[in-house]
Design a protein around this ligand. Sequence first.
Ligand code: ADP
Ligand code: 5GP
Length: 211
Amino acid sequence: MDTNRHQTSGKIFVVSAPSGAGKSSLIDRVKIDFPDIEESVSCTTRSPRGSERNGVDYFFISVEEFIARRDAGCFAEWAEVHGNFYGTPLDFLRERIENGKNIICVIDYQGGLNIAKNFPDSSVLIFILPPSMAELERRLRGRSTESEEEILRRLGNAKRELSFCDRYDFFVVNDSFDRALRQLEAIFSAYTDSSFLNNRNIINSLMHKDE
Ligand code: ADP
Ligand code: 5GP
């Protein structure tokens, strides 16, 4: 692990999972336990659902606006997911990591792989897995936020998404919520807790104690 790099630039934690696997629920908890890690707010062309707020959950923009921003190079990555466009604003990401801040991007696997390509030294890719496809369907239905057509589309996409996850760095199975949260937070701690990184100074002082 290159500790100097960790100390000088922030990390981009990419979190991906099939819809309904529990990534939003887990990340909501991580943000409470790691208040210094900011979540990137994506642009999307889909309509707000439930209590979602513009500028908080997403920037809800038209297809024309999305295409204009995409063509102007405003996105760090973008993808079409479940029939809508989604993109990660580049300025936010760049400014934060250059200033040593850590960012979470909850994005799909296409976006995750593009972030890894565009920011190879700064990205950490984490994939959340459901315990089974049956449980994924149960959670998606239990959430009651999508139409039947949308649920079937998301379940259909889940298998294809899973076939790309072997290119990720870490896998967390969200069976027991508490265990998944612990594993996820262990990954965040390993990359952000300065006491781990400062152990290099202790090694140096132990090695040179007789000099
Ligand atoms: P995603 O953001 O991946 O689409 P959500 O976080 O919205 O998924 O979770 C989908 C549903 O599953 C929600 O109703 C959530 O409360 C529930 N859920 C999340 N994790 C678990 C878990 N470990 N066990 C049971 N239900 C869960
Ligand atoms: P939802 O419509 O359920 O909020 O999100 C659908 C999918 O789009 C999820 O897999 C979510 O992670 C992904 N997504 C959200 N924002 C972005 C983004 O900026 N870029 C990419 N590539 N995917 C995104």
